[in-house]
Structures are given as structure tokens and as C-alpha cells.
Design a protein around this ligand. Structure first.
Ligand code: RIB
Length: 294
């Protein structure tokens, strides 16, 4: 593993997404017949790392997968995207799996079985962020490991970004080592709202609102809203992850946060127009094409 990355280090989960298309969620005790399905590479960490690399930044992914075929699939996805894989293979647990219900309107519901993701430890995380300009983490791996990654990144002078997904009470305790917090509306509400997050030390909060765009909340400043790109979504799985990965990439490349947010919105829109949580269609060129369409 290189310790002179100078780009983005993503610490987080890698899952195999088992997707089934269905018109609505099943009721308790009900069996529903779905339509087409498929297996896709996923996991918030992997998705964000792939998006960062496909947005043009040197990117490392730090995670743990099993020694099974699913782990091979995920490693291939990282390789195809040009991500440096700091991936530990564990014989003790299977690769993480996500069960994704993809609804007709492009929205989804997801249940994750953590598997090997639960084995990502603080040593993995600290090694994974060495030399990075930007450290990006989420909360699908043990929170102590996320804390270690953010602390180590901070100590090395990296910009630290936490995507508090899924929402976790411990987020508040992590904020002292977080430069940019990214939350969706549900996560923000679960954490007590923007004002509580500011009061708890989050100076910069990015609130993502799906088709409603994103709003930048900086403590002491007026909120700044960025509209979403108008698209017809095919599958929104991973769109938020693409946003986070592209945001990290743009900041690592020296963009100011206002410009980085627009690029990140474009990346999310590209991913939402394709099936699966990652897509080879994401590139600096496809981001630029959407930016040019505004
Ligand atoms: O954010 C989408 C991701 O959440 C999916 O790829 C799934 O694996 C879960 O981690």
C-alpha cells in the first residue's frame, strides 16, 4: 500500500448488493413477487471510493471482505475503477451483503448484513488513511474504527469528511475530528437537526435532499442551496455515495466547497441514471457534460 497517496482515502464498507425490482415494500408476513433483479457491487465505502476515483482523484479504499467469490467481485470493481485497494480478506466472515428493494420511482429500501465489514479495526483504518489529503468515512463499519480514521487523518493534516450514514448516535462524539459532515434529511433529523449539529461542533454540514438538491450550512453563515440536476432516475441506489465520493475528489483537487458541491450533484445524477450503485459511466467527462447542460 502506498503511503504517499495525496488524494482521497475512503474507509468503509463493501457489500454485494442483491437487487430485486418491486412495486412496493412487502407487508409483514407477505410474500411479494418481484421483477428483474441482479447482483451489483456496493457498500457505501466502496461506492464512494469508486466515485472518487471515477471523478478523477487518486483514491484508496480501506475495507474488509471475505475470502468468498463476492469478495473477488468487489476487488475487481475497485481495480476496474483504478482504486488502490487496501482490502483485508477475512476467512472469519462472509463478504457484506445488502438486500436492495428497487422501487418503480427509482427509490429503494436496503437491509445490510455486515459480515466482514464488522471486522474492520482501528489498525486497518489508521493504515488506510496514511498520506491522504482527504479522508472520507461512513458508518457501516465499526464506529471506533471510523473514529480512529478521522483522528489519524486530522493528525496528518487531512481534510476529514464524515457521511453519517446510516445515522448513529455516536456521530456527535466524532464531530471534533470532522471538517465536513454530510447527512440526508432523515439522518439530520435523527441527529437532532442542523442547529444541534452546529452546537455539537460541526462547523460545516452538507444536507442532501435528493431531487431537492443540497444545502450547505456553515455555522454563522446563511445557508447556501445548490439545485439538483433534472434527470429521470433509473435507480437511485448509490447516488448519495457518488455525491460524497465526488465531493471528496473535488476538494482533494483543490476546488472550493461551493464548486465541489455542484460537481458532486452532477456525479450523483450520473449514477442515478444507471442501474447499480456504481457505474463506469461516471467520469470527469460525464460530470462536465452535465455541468455544461445547466
Ligand atoms: O448507499 C447505497 C449502499 O448502501 C448500497 O450499495 C448498499 O450496499 C448499502 O451499503
Amino acid at each position: 500500500m502506498s503511503d504517499t497517496l495525496a488524494g482521497v482515502a475512503v474507509v468503509g464498507s463493501a457489500n454485494l448488493d442483491l437487487v430485486v425490482e418491486v412495486s412496493r415494500p412487502p407487508l409483514v408476513g407477505e410474500t411479494l413477487l418481484g421483477r428483474a433483479g441482479g447482483r451489483f457491487s456496493g457498500g457505501k465505502g466502496l461506492n464512494q471510493a469508486v466515485a472518487s476515483a471515477r471523478s478523477g482523484a487518486p483514491t484508496r479504499f480501506c475495507g474488509v471482505v471475505g475470502t468468498d467469490e463476492a469478495g473477488d467481485v468487489l476487488q475487481q470493481t475497485l481495480a476496474d475503477a483504478g482504486v488502490e485497494a487496501a482490502v483485508r480478506r477475512s476467512a472469519a466472515a462472509p463478504t457484506g451483503a445488502a438486500h436492495v428493494l428497487a422501487f418503480d420511482d427509482g427509490d429503494n429500501s436496503i437491509i445490510v448484513a455486515a459480515g466482514a465489514n464488522a471486522e474492520l479495526d482501528a489498525d486497518d483504518a489508521v493504515a488506510g488513511v496514511a498520506g491522504a489529503a482527504v479522508v472520507l468515512a461512513q458508518l457501516e463499519v465499526p464506529v471506533e474504527s471510523v473514529a480512529a480514521a478521522l483522528r489519524a487523518g486530522r493528525a496528518e493534516g487531512a481534510l476529514t469528511i464524515l457521511n453519517a450514514a446510516p445515522a448513529h448516535d455516536a456521530t456527535i462524539e466524532l464531530l471534533g475530528d470532522v471538517d465536513v459532515l454530510v447527512v440526508n434529511e432523515t439522518e439530520c433529523a435523527e441527529l437532532g437537526g442542523i442547529e444541534r449539529l452546529h452546537a455539537a461542533g460541526a462547523q460545516t454540514v452538507v444536507l442532501t435532499q435528493g431531487a431537492g438538491g443540497v444545502t450547505l450550512h456553515r455555522a454563522g453563515d446563511d445557508p447556501l442551496h445548490v439545485d439538483a440536476f433534472r434527470i429521470d432516475p433509473v435507480d437511485t441506489t448509490g447516488a448519495g455515495d457518488a455525491f460524497c465520493g465526488a465531493l471528496a475528489a473535488a476538494l482533494a483537487q483543490g476546488a472550493v466547497i461551493e464548486a465541489a458541491l455542484i460537481r458532486a450533484c452532477a456525479a450523483g445524477a450520473v449514477v442515478a441514471q444507471h442501474r447499480g450503485a456504481t457505474t463506469a459511466a461516471l467520469s470527469p467527462a460525464s460530470i462536465a457534460a452535465l455541468l455544461g447542460s445547466r
